[in-house]
Design a binder for this molecule. Sequence first.
Ligand code: AMP
Ligand code: MG
Length: 507
Amino acid sequence: MGSLETLSWLNRFLDETPGDREIGGEPRQVPGVCWSKVKPTEPPQPRLRLWSDEMAERLGIVRPNGVILGGGALLEGMQPYAQRYGGHQFGNWANQLGDGRAITLGEVELADEVLELQLKGAGKTPYSRFADGKAVLRSSIREFLCSEAMYHLGVPTTRALSLVTTGEVVVRDMLYDGNPAPEIGAVVCRVAPSFIRFGSFQIHTADGNHETLVKLLKHTINNHFPEHNIDNDEGIISWLKKVAETTAEMIAHWMRVGFVHGVMNTDNMSIHGLTIDYGPYGWLENYDPNWTPNTTDSSTRRYRYGQQAQIGAWNIARLAEAVAPLMDDVQSLYSVLEHYENKYIEYQNTMWGLKLGIDDFAEADEALVIELDGLLQKVETDMTIFFRMLSTIESPEIGLLESSFYDKNTIPTDEWNEWLHKWWKRVNSKPNQEAMRRANPKYVLRNWMAQLAIDAAENEDYTVCEELFTLLKQPYDEQPEMEEKWFQKRPEWARHRVGCSMLSCSS
Ligand code: AMP
Ligand code: MG
């Protein structure tokens, strides 16, 4: 094992795309570039609080103190920068956004891949706009725990290596209702092949800067999609289809585990099809396709659970538009959207086959799913518990699934038994329960679980964070000793609690 000091750093993004070499500076428009050089802000009292052993092992490093991963010192070879990108926010073009509080330290070269290490919350950059570039403990815990939990669930995601508290007070108006309060500052180090987003391309097209657009595309293809090219329309289409495919696959996984991203703006869409930018995300507890955790989105619910696949398509269309200036025949871009849709249906059917233990899931089975979707919404039904219990029952009786319901007196028993019998018949009384137990997690990071971890950590107690971190590394295992505490429906106190049922972008 080495240490942070022994890692070898690459800076391919800086070497291969145009940038702004003046370090830091005030928030401003920086036309024509893909990045700006910045310096992380030194934290007064950095303390390493959470550490991902698996991620560290992948990087081949031992646990450090909090100085470097809190932004307090640079190692030789690091050339920190903030990325410039734009994006559509809630359907509207927002122009330049960029890494307002993310700072990439550099790329680490491993034997078989190159990974980028990025600090989130280490201070201002030219893209900070009106904000402070900092992050608070609650949102940092949510990002750390959730990205690692998603990884262990098998959902494509950026990873987290560390969480450092900075010793600094950060003021936030959590619900944007005129009640600013001091909070604990924190920095998460996250890891991904790159943090390039759909919006990274969009901004150059919006600027009409095709030269930079092409340079960024070439960098992206050469380093991250070596089997692709952008030499002609065919190459571009084939690459876009690849991005469409990975995006569709990621969203199908979200649907499988009940994850709602909450802010699927095009600046939050990874070019690698990774879940990125954990903000006001949430997990379905009672199955409600209209649910969104994001209070900022409560009026239109654009990013609700049930609409995530459609939004994925909308976002892919924006990416296709961004590369349209390089195409001879723009019309052929429609094939990318068709591909997205076909692939999504394919992934969705695979998912339902696994969730319901139907090995040869076919189009004809979609009716069964539609009926199930309706039934799950009839009365409050816990999604995770329902599917997990369904993976274990020995006969098709709703009584065996009783614990998934919030109010046992309201269960539409006859309708359920009818559906269960249909399903049972379809699987010849032998659902593939092994497949089901690998598709229907027993433990997910329910909103109230994260909140309990946060409440304790805000009082200097990180044991709940550690307990959840350990629990969520084996989300498909029974872990019977954990059931009573964590295989549970949302408790009453969490129903209307801020941070559980309601989250904002404030972080
Ligand atoms: P998000 O909704 O978190 O994806 O953020 C949208 C934009 O706001 C991105 O450009 C972020 O970098 C920026 N941003 C969010 N929070 C802060 C902050 N505390 N300081 C500076 N920029 C921020
Ligand atoms: Mg973002």
